[in-house]
Design a protein around this ligand. Structure first.
Ligand SMILES: *Cc1c(COP(=O)(O)O)cnc(C)c1O
Length: 373
């Protein structure tokens, strides 16, 4: 048996949609991107959606639209992918990392409150593994101190916690459609917001700061565009949007499958000595199936699983322990002991709708043997 860490869910209809785009006039941002934005707004319940070429770009532009720049501090978690912090650095602001909750691995609101300074302008929570951070607690902190809130929803389109979904309590929710995400087109992202002004600013900034995009310019009598801001090049194109526009209709069914697989893992791995799991609060998008093992044996376990043809990944080592963050900000591992320890213990197992029960049962058997040592 050979179990891939990830396999995508694109089907014949998605591929046919790409072919249709390739046979049309428009390859760049056009009618298919617009159709996807409409469907994504309906899915998330957030009225204003801008399709972009990455979540990193969405995070960057969300902060810019909220007026964040050099001299400002933005608080985020040490237990995340590096893009959460690099997007803050793209604006010229300083990422201020805080520790994670030891049970959920989510950003700890108590630590956020302790990290506030007169320079703090925003908080950027991450909904890690598909479960949600405590948005009510973070909203209360943001209200008390006049801060912006931008959510990294790269793992979490479908989650809900205490009746709150991504984007409902924040200024902007930023999504990823990277190759391995729950909704995937290879490279892609989106910003969703309640405030039309934030979305409009992000749309302009995503296309060089131009006042009109190619589709606007295509129709009717020629009208000059203007440059109204200094922008970036983050727009999604219709070829990539074609892979998303029908896939989005299957997201509920795909999540149900992920859920069933995660429950089968839970049953199969229950009672394995030396194995723990992060706990999700509320409904999770089941993006990653994470196990926590003995930190002194993690790499050995990873390698043994690979030798047994089980695809594995590490999501993530705490970012303050990575060389760039250590050298640039002077962090040491003990600065965030919870995130550091999670990063030393964590292993992601294969979890995707095409994973079969036989494959999953094989993974469970290998994990039980290898972890037992
Ligand atoms: C994937 C990911 C990102 C970056 O998404 P891109 O679309 O690749 O820019 C950001 N944050 C987290 C937590 C991610 O997993």
């Amino acid at each position: 048996m050979h179990v891939e860490f990830y396999r995508h869910n694109l089907d014949a209809a998605d591929i046919a949609e790409v072919t249709r785009v390739l046979q049309s006039v428009f390859l760049t941002t056009g009618p298919v991107t617009a159709a996807f934005e409409g469907k994504f707004a309906a899915l998330t319940g957030l009225p204003h959606v801008v399709a972009l070429n990455s979540c990193t770009g969405a995070l960057h532009l969300a902060l810019l639209a909220l007026g964040i720049g050099p001299g400002d501090e933005v608080i985020t978690t040490a237990m995340t992918f590096i893009a959460t912090a690099t997007a803050i650095m793209h604006t010229g602001a300083t990422p201020v990392l805080v520790d994670a909750d030891p049970v959920t691995a989510q950003i700890d609101p108590v630590k956020v409150a302790q990290a506030l300074t007169s320079r703090t302008k925003a908080v950027m929570p991450v909904h890690l593994y598909g479960a949600m951070a405590d948005m009510r607690a973070l909203r209360a902190i943001a209200d008390a101190h006049g801060l912006a809130l931008v959510e990294d929803c790269a793992h979490c389109i479908e989650g809900e916690r205490g009746g709150v979904r991504p984007g409902q309590l924040s200024d902007a929710a930023c999504y990823s459609f990277y190759a391995t995400k729950n909704l995937a087109c290879g490279e892609g992202g989106a910003l969703a917001a309640r405030d039309p002004d934030i979305a409009a600013q992000v749309r302009t900034l995503s296309l060089h700061g131009m006042s009109k995009n190619a589709a606007d310019r295509y129709h009717g009598k020629y009208k000059h565009w203007d440059m109204v801001a200094s922008g970036w090049k983050y727009n999604l194109n219709d070829i990539h949007a074609a892979l998303l526009v029908n896939q989005i209709d299957r997201l509920d069914a795909l999540l149900a499958r992920r859920q069933a697989l995660a429950e089968r893992y839970d049953r199969g791995l229950r009672g394995t000595p030396g194995l723990e799991r992060p706990q999700a609060v509320g409904k999770t998008a089941q993006h990653l199936y994470t196990i926590w093992v003995d930190p002194d044996r993690r790499d050995e376990i990873l390698h043994q699983l690979q030798e047994r043809h089980v695809g594995v990944a590490v999501n993530y080592r705490a970012i303050h322990t990575l060389r760039y963050f250590r050298e640039t900000f002077g962090y040491v591992p003990e600065d965030f002991p919870v995130a550091n320890r999670i990063g030393q213990r964590t292993i992601s197992l294969p979890l995707y709708p095409k994973l079969t029960e036989d494959e999953l049962d094989y993974v469970v058997a290998q994990v039980r043997e290898v972890v037992a040592g």
